[in-house]
Design a protein around this ligand. Structure first.
Ligand SMILES: NC(=O)c1ccc[n+]([C@@H]2O[C@H](COP(=O)([O-])OP(=O)(O)OC[C@H]3O[C@@H](n4cnc5c(N)ncnc54)[C@H](OP(=O)(O)O)[C@@H]3O)[C@@H](O)[C@H]2O)c1
Length: 250
């Protein structure tokens, strides 16, 4: 059944998909806490949201997800500031440029730390709280890039593939308590992460992506490709035999 959200938390909300999600949630009447490293951007976005809505609906909480020890305390503070919490979205992510001949463990570690371990640190807190309440929705932004090990950026693929497995496991833990876990796998979205990259098939705006993601979150679907046609692409990519797939530089 579709549900409205009243108190949301978006991690990775200082640009791109996370920012668009925060703006849309506030425009639909929710209070929204926004987390990312760039405090100035969070302040600007919160100010614009609050001006537009004519009341305080956005609450900035600057935080670097690499500092996982800070998260349990912040997670207590956020619902107190808003007066509740019924939706947590993890949208933080990084995808540094990786050359085809590059094997850089520091870049790979950063992607795993932000895209996977940061998600686990924030969403474990969400699961614990929602389990106690017996309700709540958790959304993780993965990627179609996590569906198969590609040659272009192994660290990114790994972080997103593992994130999808973590979200599935979390869903299977908390579903019996009435908590929903939604896995989102976008295709190409026009954000700072993809800016200037060539050959972006079916590129959609961050606003359009946010609209689809919130519709899927309201329905509490298990896993949604954004937009839906990427499910077919994923199926095709998954069907390519390994001896052919390794010839593709994707
Ligand atoms: N754009 C696409 O085509 C696409 C496709 C599939 C999946 N995705 C996924 O969608 C999510 C959002 O990406 P986007 O495209 O919207 O990119 P983006 O505009 O670069 O946004 C990334 C967000 O993550 C935050 N972030 C990065 N490192 C952080 C850290 N250490 N601590 C806290 N926050 C951190 C950034 O904020 P600060 O820099 O202020 O910390 C920013 O708010 C990512 O998980 C990405 O992998 C994107």
């Amino acid at each position: 059944m579709a549900s409205e959200f009243h108190h949301a938390l978006v991690i990775g909300a200082s640009s791109g998909i996370g920012e668009a999600l925060a703006r849309k949630l506030a425009a639909q009447g929710a209070l929204v806490s926004i987390v990312a490293r760039r405090a100035d951007e969070l302040e600007r976005i919160a100010g614009e949201i609050n001006d537009l809505c004519g009341e305080e609906r956005a609450f900035p909480f600057p935080q670097d997800v690499l500092r996982r020890d800070e998260i349990p305390h912040l997670f207590q503070e956020i619902p107190r500031a808003m007066g509740g919490l019924d939706l947590v979205i993890y949208a933080a992510g990084v995808m540094p440029e990786v050359d085809f001949e590059e094997y850089d463990t520091s870049k790979d570690s950063l992607m795993v730390e932000v895209n996977l371990l940061g998600a686990m640190a924030w969403l474990n807190e969400a699961a614990r709280r929602f389990n106690k309440l017996g309700s709540g929705t958790i959304v993780g932004i993965g990627s179609i890039a996590g569906d198969r090990g590609r040659s272009a950026n192994p660290g990114y693929n790994t972080s997103k593939g593992a994130l999808a497995i973590y979200l599935e496991a979390l869903r299977n833990r908390v579903a019996r308590r009435g908590v929903r876990v939604v896995t989102i796998k976008p295709g190409f979205v026009d954000t700072p992460m993809t800016f200037g990259k060539p050959g972006l098939l079916w590129l959609i705006s961050a606003e359009r992506a946010a609209e689809i993601i919130l519709a899927k979150a309201r329905r509490g679907v298990v896993c949604a490709y954004v937009p839906a046609r990427w499910r077919l692409v994923s199926w095709v990519i998954g069907s390519i035999p390994s001896f052919l797939f390794r010839r593709l530089k994707i």
